[in-house]
Every structure is written in structure tokens, then in C-alpha cells.
Design a protein around this ligand. Sequence first.
Ligand SMILES: *Cc1c(COP(=O)(O)O)cnc(C)c1O
Length: 481
Amino acid sequence: MRYLSTRGHPDRKRFCEILLEGLAPDGGLYLPETYPQISPAQLGNLRQVFKTQGYAALAYEVLSLYIDDIPSSDLRALCQKTYTEAVFGTPEIVPIKPIQTKAAMGAQVYLEALSNGPTLAFKDMAMQLLGNLFEYELTRRNEELNILGATSGDTGSAAEYAMRGKKGVRVFMTSPEGRMSPFQQAQMFSLLDANIHNIAIQGVFDDCQDIVKAVSNDLEFKRKYKIGTVNSINWARLLAQVVYYFAGYFQATQDNTQKVSFSVPSGNFGNVCAGHVARMMGLPIAHLVVATNENDVLDEFFKTGVYRVRGTADTHETSSPSMDISKASNFERFVFDLLQRDAARVKNLFHDQLNQTGQFNLGQDPLFAKAKSQFGFLSGKSTHADRLKTIQEVFATNQIMIDTHTADGLKVAVPLAQDHVPMLVLETALPIKFAATLVEALGREPNRPAKFEGIEALPKRVTLMPKSVDAVKAFIVQHCD
Ligand SMILES: *Cc1c(COP(=O)(O)O)cnc(C)c1O
């Protein structure tokens, strides 16, 4: 398997070459040259593997279709080490549960639980594997990596819990001082591992992101101090997410003649892009529902063909904050497939048109209609009021508390569910992470898993800094020997 760039760079790379990289050298995103096709016999075999050997074995089977530069026995061991009950809370890893809704008669709606990992958000599903892959590859190369990131909550904590104690890796994670929920701050700042460094910046999230960009743009510093990232454009993260679409499908169906749909609370389009990859491989998915919050860049595209990047001023701060995006960093991958892999056109849209005008319009292109008819995409949008109402209804009829992002997914999914096609809503976080909105909706605190009892009172390790690129660079230098 070789990987190419969505913007047409001539190089073809193998999995471990792109594992530690972000963007391709021409600014594009990496995708496999072709999607491996799953025959009906293979799908039956994968179902059997999942039923008899579990999630880790399924993960190995799916990953091995895309990774041919790690020996099979090593890759299998990495999967087994990652997807354990000890880390993900249940032997099923991603159990599904039916919920009662007002969906079309005959359409059963399920929640697929992806948020029982160490930081209670679905990002653990990929990040935990990434931590083990990074350690494996860095050891093999005898190299080190300093991961520099900016977080408003979920990504940073998932990265830190995945990389803590890993050989060859340090994490420098910036976050805006005082802006994360008390629970999120406690999760990150209570980590005392020597290779984890929390930096609270006196500014907002955009200031943190600007610092990370400035440091990464200093190519000499970047090379000398081996600066890397773990953001959602990383292909390995996306690939790890493909596995739970298969696991959801096998749990919701009896045999491979059936179809299911997925509803995905979306921000940077990483999660639902993994669903797209699964569908391209031949997993029988009817629809992929892209659910957005008030930041509806993606809903607008799927409704009209217009992709219009928002400015900082018109990006809303919402009660599903992990979906508050101004542009969707993985979206280029889907557009590449939609435009029949015309890299020159993708480059023109994402490099020239977006830079010049902040938008492009595919509404008049005959290929745009295929987003729905051929690729199965539907979309919808949810607001704060929808979120509260959905959380209340689910609690009243099912005695289940869902988080704000999952509520967006459910709200958008219900009217789009089809008769006799199970609809799986991906549960992207647990409610305790967003307690304030749960209290607003239900008048009570969400349940807290036992291992998080009292974390707000634990000792914290965090360095406060002004919004200064030089200060962050000096901190990295000081902690690199
Ligand atoms: C990151 C995140 C999302 C958005 O996922 P994308 O892959 O960026 O589309 C949704 N919900 C939660 C809770 C998240 O942490």
C-alpha cells in the first residue's frame, strides 16, 4: 500500500513514512492510492473475527490492509496492547445500545459508545493506538519526537493520556488559561509524567494555535528539536477510526445483506471521513449523516455545494465546543474522492480559491449530486435549544444521559432515519466532560465514572506563560535534554 497527496505531489509513501508526518509536502493530505475492497466472503470473515476474537483482532485485520511496513506479529501485538478492557472499560470496547426515539417506525436507533477510554471522548480510540505506534516506530528508528499542540480540551487530553510514559516522545500542550472546563483542566494538569508538559497561555485558543504554527514554521527549530503534531489530519488516527464502523455494523446486524447508517457529530470531518473510508471499502453503509452545531460549515456544503470558511468573528462558542470549527481540516480528503481524484482541481479549490476568496462552490457541478447519491452523505444542524431538548427527551424515555455533542448527532439523525435501516449515532464524549450544560438541561450533575472521583483536588503541574512564541520555544529547549 502506498499513499499519495490530495494535491498531486509525485511522491508515493508507505505507512510508517507518513505516520509521524502531518501535511504532505505540497500542503495536501495523505490518502491511500486505492481503497482495499472487502468482498462478501471477507466481510463474513471479519464478522467472525470480531464475534469470536474481539475488537483488537478486528482492528488488526482492518489495519493490516493499509500497513505493510510493520511485521504482522508486531502489528497484531500493538492492537492487542491498545484495545483492552482495562483501557476502554468494557470487553466489547465499543458496545452499542438501543434507544427509544421518535424515528421512523422500524428504524432502530442505537448509540455506539466510543467514549469509555481514559479521557472519556472518542479521540482516545485513535490516540491510544497512535501512542503505541509512535513508540514502536521511534524505537525502531532510534529517534525522538516532541509533540507540540494547541487544545481547547479533548484533543490535548487524549494526546497526553496516549503519550504519557512513552519512550522517545515528549508532549508540549498549550491551552488557553482558564478556558477549559474544570474537569478538563483537572484531567490534563494532574498528569505528573516527566514527558508531559502543560503550558497555559494567557490568551485564547487561537493564540495557542498561532504559537504552534509559528514554532512549526521555523523550519530550523522544527528540525533541530524534532517538532511534530498529532492533529486530526494524521492518517493513522483516521485509519484507527475506520475499525469502529465495522464493529458497529457487526453489532447492529445479523448478516451482511443488511445496511446501517451512521450519524456523526462533526467538526474537523475526521470521524465521518473514517466512515467514508469504511464505505469505500464496501462496508454496507446506507447513509453517513454529518451532524454539525451552530458552526454549520459542513451542513451548508452538503445542502448547497458551497464551502465557506468562517472567520474567527463568526465562529460561535457553543455548548458542543469540540465541534466549534471555522474550517474542517479533513474535508479535502472527501472532496478529492468526490472530484474523482482530480488533484489539480483539489489544489485549485483548497489552495488558490480558499486563500483568495475564503470559499468555493461546487453547487453547479454534476459531481456534487453524487455526494448524496453515490457517497451516501446527508447532513443537518443542531442548536443549543435542540441540544437541551434532546438531552431531556433521551433522559426521560431511556434514563440515559448523553453529552452535548452526541445530542447533536441524535437530533440530526432521527428525522433522517429510514425504515428497517438501523441508525447508529456515534457517542463522541461522556456527559461529565460538559457538566454545566447537563445541569442546565436536567437540573442535576451527570454521573461521574468512579476513577474520576475527586480529580479536581489532585496536585496540578502546569506552566503559565504569556502569549509569546519565544517563551514557548525557550521552554521546549530547556526540557529537551
Ligand atoms: C473532536 C470531537 C468531535 C469532532 O470530531 P471530528 O473528527 O473533528 O469531526 C465531536 N465530538 C467530540 C466530543 C469531540 O471531541
